[in-house]
Every structure is written in structure tokens, then in C-alpha cells.
Design a protein. Structure first.
Length: 183
């Protein structure tokens, strides 16, 4: 029997198409290695990772992703745990996740309610709804490989928990991912 292994597949909505294609391929390969994707249902990177899992599963009934939505109906996705979709605001730890926004976001007081929910859901991508079960690693893309954009919230949480991050905008991270995970 295989031990559960998790990774967060996240990144910018502005991820370049060639990187989205790579994310989709990586997700398929990780599916074959019995990894479960945690992501957030956003356009761009999140979508590419989920599509890669779906294509690799090709109709099998196994559920190898957990998509944490900031609210029901986000990007036309609805709470449906049997299909891997979770409305994060229904989790018993939702208020704790909202509090983590204050810890990890540089300007939490400037966030709209909408943005605060997006940031809170990022905690679940890295830590699950228990907020105590970190992923094995994070794969992402950020512009210039920097700590920029909404993805940073999840990256900071991962760093705080000692979770390796492979940013596909950095050549050295791609090498490490290939050597440490994909081999």
C-alpha cells in the first residue's frame, strides 16, 4: 500500500503557456508516482496542474487532487468533495486560515474581503484543512522567480514549515525538481 504523498501545484494566472504545458506534464508524472495535488482552482497554473492530473487519470475513479476554493462557485467550480473540490469557507479551521493572512501578507489591512478569502485558501493548499499537514513540496511559477503576486502567500507558509519550493521560473529549481522528485 502506498503512503499518501502531497504537493501544491500553484502559480500566477499570468504563467506563460510553455510553463503551463510543463506544469500539466509534471502533474501527470506525479500522478503516476502516487502524488496527490493540492491547488486552488484559479485560472493559469492551478488549472494546468489539475488538467494534468485529469488527463493522467483518464477516467479512473481515483481522486488525486484536492482543489481548495475560496468560496463555492469560484471559477465555476462548486463544492463537491467526491470530485476533489472543497469550499474552503466550510472548513472548521476557516477562521484560523483567515488569521494566517495577517501573519503572512505584507498588507492584510489593505485586502478586500474577496482577496482575503483567496489568501486564506492558500493556507489549505500547503497545510490542508487541518492547517497541520504540510505538502511534501510546492511547484509554482512566479514572474522572474521572485516572491511576487498572490502565490507568495502560499510560498511564505511553505518556507515557514520547511517545505521545499520549486519555482519553474528558476533554472536551478527545475534542475532540483528533476533530480529530487521527477527521477
Amino acid at each position: 500500500m502506498n503512503t499518501k504523498k502531497f504537493y501544491a501545484g500553484i502559480g500566477s494566472r499570468e504563467t506563460p503557456q510553455d510553463v503551463l504545458n510543463s506544469m500539466q506534464w509534471i502533474a501527470g508524472k506525479l500522478y503516476e508516482k502516487w502524488y496527490t495535488l493540492r491547488s486552488g482552482g484559479a485560472k493559469g497554473a492551478d488549472e494546468a496542474f489539475a488538467l494534468g492530473v485529469e488527463e493522467a487519470a483518464s477516467g479512473k475513479s481515483t481522486n488525486n487532487y484536492k482543489i481548495y476554493l475560496p468560496w463555492d462557485g469560484f471559477n465555476d467550480h462548486h463544492h463537491n468533495p467526491s470530485k476533489g473540490y472543497f469550499d474552503s469557507s466550510r472548513a472548521s479551521t476557516w477562521n484560523e486560515a483567515l488569521e494566517l493572512v495577517n501573519k503572512y501578507h505584507p498588507s492584510p489591512d489593505k485586502l478586500s474581503s474577496f482577496a482575503r478569502k483567496l489568501m486564506a485558501r492558500n493556507a489549505y493548499q500547503v497545510l490542508s484543512t487541518t492547517l497541520k499537514d504540510p505538502v511534501d513540496f510546492v511547484i509554482c511559477w512566479t514572474k522572474g522567480g521572485k516572491l511576487v503576486g498572490g502565490t507568495v502567500q502560499a510560498m511564505k507558509i511553505a518556507m515557514d514549515f520547511g517545505v521545499p519550493i520549486y519555482n519553474l521560473a528558476n533554472v536551478e529549481d527545475i534542475r532540483k525538481l528533476n533530480k529530487e522528485v521527477m527521477c
